[in-house]
Design a protein around this ligand. Structure first.
Ligand SMILES: [Zn+2]
Ligand SMILES: [Zn+2]
Length: 193
């Protein structure tokens, strides 16, 4: 189910195949699309994260050099009235991300109503520590223990992978560093959320 505000291309089903928190996966894509589709304007209230996200995404979109495009974005933002850094409660883009997050949490909670899906998530799915408690608010009470089991399994798996990685590092092998990003995402979710 897409909301009117939704511009994300990633569906819950696609996100579930990535092996990390599906809500983080969707929002990562949503953040990117949002930054690309937002026109920088001086009266746009933006938080620290979204000013940088906007500058970076414009740099990739335009044919001019990244330096030129970021300069263009900053010139727009400098036109005034100067409002400075907004907190995320005031940020126009954070508001949109929040609406998308709620819509997708609702959608995922709906999927949990299917016993097969709930079983699959419990044995194979992933959720981060940010989205697990949020998802609990959208599922019936009887399904909340499933979410605790997912988090506990994810924690154990990441811990043992991280221990293997540490052993490797001691022997000078640096491959498999993706585990660090996955642990960070498990602990705090995607950046800017
Ligand atoms: Zn997440
Ligand atoms: Zn923001």
């Amino acid at each position: 189910m897409k909301t009117a505000a939704s511009v994300s291309a990633t569906t819950v089903s696609q996100a579930l195949t990535k092996g990390t928190c599906p809500i983080c996966e969707i929002l990562k894509d949503f953040q990117w699309t949002l930054s690309e589709s937002t026109r920088p304007q001086a009266d746009l209230l933006l938080c620290n994260f979204h000013v940088w996200a906007l500058a970076r995404s414009r740099g990739k979109l335009s044919r001019s050099t990244p330096g030129e495009t970021v300069t263009g974005v900053f010139l727009e933002l400098l036109k005034g009235p100067l409002i400075g850094k907004a907190n995320s409660a005031e940020c126009a883009l954070c508001h949109k991300v929040l609406a998308e997050e709620v819509a997708r949490l609702r959608e995922l909670a709906q999927r949990f109503q299917s016993p097969i899906f709930a079983q699959w998530m419990t044995t194979q799915g992933s959720l981060c520590l940010d989205h697990a408690p949020k998802l609990k608010e959208f599922v019936p009470l009887r399904l909340r223990p499933c979410i605790d089991k997912i988090v506990e399994r994810n924690r154990t798996e990441l811990e043992s992978e991280l221990q293997v990685f540490r052993e490797q590092l001691k022997h000078g092998v640096h491959q498999g560093g993706g585990i660090l990003g996955r642990v960070a995402e498990f602990l705090v979710g995607q950046r800017g959320l």
